[in-house]
Design a protein around this ligand. Structure first.
Ligand code: GLU
Length: 286
């Protein structure tokens, strides 16, 4: 078992996903600059070790909502309002990231995607080329869904899934999902004290996938355990190992990559019949 974790030391291309709730102060919903700073430092240090790094970050809608200060949460419902929040928030979020990355002399880039980026052959090819060039240039791509244009037909809908799609697209060695939970349990630990922690998942069985459907997400993000298991399916089927770990201490990133046994490791289980564009085309938000 520990050999599996030793393998993490050799991971060369890593996609890291952080959710909105991990980036905000729970009390105010404002950005947690201390966490952001540690996150960026960790990523820059991976880059300094010669690894290729991609950050998939949520937060556009949450940051935009804060910026225009609408008290009544009910006003979030119309899609156009969320899209307007995202338009404001994505720019603010990037400004904050760019500032911190610059402090570490690291160049960062922005890539915004929708379902079409994967389903359309030309778009997918272009995106792949862009990632490849950015890696060559030593740049860290920062990815989010293009929430300002992504309505139901073309939206991926949550960044767990988006990060797995990105990991698959760039042929990453490892996907790390940083979340507000320690990993995978046999049941929701917040509701069932007997829930057992699962350290390694070698095979995503139908039972496991079913279990995820009953869990719920956090207040500000879109992902619950269901989307994380969907992400494991996409990543694993395309040969990418995945780890779910708790973001309460962002330094978990370098600990994971030094082989420490933290979080739940989903071992890649490549499926040569898995067709990413077709899978993404057929995805439906529930
Ligand atoms: N793309 C959304 C945002 O940046 C978040 C999606 C998610 O939470 O998974 O606000």
């Amino acid at each position: 078992m520990s050999d599996l974790r030793e393998m993490m030391k050799d991971k060369k291309r890593i996609v890291i996903k952080i959710g909105s709730s991990s980036l905000q102060h729970a009390e105010t919903g404002d950005l947690d600059y201390t966490k952001l700073d540690v996150l960026v430092r960790e990523l820059c240090d991976l880059r300094n070790q010669g690894k290729d790094v991609v950050l998939v970050t949520s937060g556009a809608i949450a940051v935009g909502r804060k910026a225009v200060f609408i008290k009544d949460e009910k006003e979030d419902n119309p899609i156009a309002v969320k899209q307007a929040y995202a338009a404001v928030g994505q720019a603010r979020l990037m400004m904050t990231y760019q500032k911190i990355f610059a402090e570490y002399n690291q160049v960062a880039a922005q890539i915004l995607m929708t379902k079409n980026t994967i389903v359309d052959n030309l778009n997918r090819f272009n995106a792949q080329n862009t990632f490849a060039e950015l890696f060559k240039l030593g740049v860290i791509p920062i990815v989010n869904e293009n929430d300002t244009v992504a309505t139901y037909e073309i939206e991926i809908g949550d960044n767990d899934t988006l990060s797995a799609i990105v990991a698959s697209l760039v042929k990453a060695d490892l996907l790390i999902l940083l979340s507000d939970i320690d990993g995978l349990y046999t049941d929701d630990p917040r509701k069932n004290p007997d829930a057992q922690y699962i350290e390694v998942v070698e095979k995503l069985t139908d039972d496991l996938m079913e279990m995820g459907k009953t869990s719920t997400g956090s207040d500000s993000g879109t992902g619950g355990m269901n989307t994380k298991l969907q992400a494991a399916k996409i990543a694993g089927s395309t040969g990418v190992d995945m780890i779910i770990a708790n973001s309460k201490d962002i330094k978990v990133i370098h600990r994971l990559l030094s082989g420490q046994k933290i979080g739940t490791l989903f071992l890649a289980d490549p499926d040569e019949n898995f067709d990413l564009p077709l899978y993404v085309q057929q995805m439906h938000r529930e």
